[in-house]
Write a protein that binds this ligand. Structure first.
Ligand SMILES: NC(=O)c1ccc[n+]([C@@H]2O[C@H](COP(=O)([O-])OP(=O)(O)OC[C@H]3O[C@@H](n4cnc5c(N)ncnc54)[C@H](OP(=O)(O)O)[C@@H]3O)[C@@H](O)[C@H]2O)c1
Length: 261
């Protein structure tokens, strides 16, 4: 990708964690970006990219849990930019007994991980389809592969991301758009997540990888039009051979430790 390209990559959740490292990896490759976050922090990432890599980077600040914001943002971007890559990375999780969880906690996960992913993709497709070659990367999770108590809504939301991505990839065969889905395991992206992972003991530490390495792999394999981007091949293999009837109770017990129940 040359530095003067006018085609942009749109990255949600780019202010920190994996999204920020994906934005940096794209900049390293000379790809202009539109970065989305909920506050001014995302502007600092754009500024860093412009000063460090001399690549164009625009920011868009909005709350993507709101349906109208997703539609408004997509419309604004479609009017101004040619987008050849959409990275649906913004996502939230958490560990909670389902009965004790607030309505806001449940809605936040579903609205961001499920509704925003589907609606933003839907709204950006005409733009992506008019590019000679284009890419969608949906960031799922290893959690998508095992129903897990005390997370419950999060793995369900990520299994939506997985099935949505694989179904859409099939639908878009023969078009310029390739759809990839990534299944990262644990990433120590923020203090809360790091604490949760460490509480999981061996299992958490076993799958832990740096966000820089994951971002590099995600971008490289998305550009190679890979269907499913597996970050931890061994845990993915184990997950595929062990039946849910065994995995679900074991993982749920481990996760339960996080909330001290
Ligand atoms: N961390 C892990 O262990 C792990 C494991 C597997 C999969 N994943 C998945 O990987 C992706 C990235 O995770 P991460 O841990 O890197 O995330 P993170 O560090 O918690 O950052 C979340 C990002 O999403 C943005 N965001 C949150 N709520 C938003 C909203 N309502 N509207 C718009 N943007 C919003 C945040 O923006 P602000 O900073 O502006 O709030 C931030 O940029 C997620 O989809 C996550 O589910 C994470």
């Amino acid at each position: 990708m040359d530095n003067n390209s006018r085609r942009y990559a749109l990255v949600t959740g780019a202010s920190r964690g994996l999204g920020k490292d994906i934005a940096r990896e794209l900049a390293r490759r000379g790809i202009p970006t539109i970065l989305v976050g909920t506050n001014e922090r995302v502007r600092a990432v754009c500024d860093e990219i412009v000063t460090t890599w001399h690549v164009r980077s625009e920011c868009y600040i909005t709350d993507l849990t709101k349906r109208e914001n997703v539609l408004k943002m997509a419309e604004a971007i479609n009017c101004q930019f040619e987008v050849f890559m959409l990275i649906n990375n913004a996502g939230v999780g958490g560990t909670h007994g389902f009965e004790d969880a607030s309505v806001e906690y449940i809605e936040n996960i579903i609205d961001l991980n499920v509704r925003c992913t589907a609606l933003l993709t839907h709204q950006m497709l005409p733009n992506l389809k008019r590019q000679p070659k284009s890419y969608i990367l949906n960031v799922g999770s290893m959690a998508a592969h095992t129903p897990t108590g005390f997370k419950t809504v999060y793995p369900a939301s990520k299994s939506f991301v997985l099935f949505f991505s694989l179904g859409l990839r099939e639908e878009l065969k023969g078009t310029p758009v390739s759809v990839s889905v990534a299944s990262p395991g644990a990433m120590a992206t923020n203090a809360e997540v790091t604490e949760r992972i460490l509480k999981q003991g061996f299992l958490g530490k076993f799958t832990l990888k740096s966000t820089e390495a994951i971002a590099r792999k995600c971008v490289r394999q998305t550009l190679r039009r890979k269907r499913h981007i597996i970050i931890n091949p061994l845990s993915c293999f184990l997950s595929s051979v062990v039946p849910n009837a065994w995995k679900t109770p074991i993982l749920s017990r481990i996760v339960r430790r996080e909330i001290g129940e």
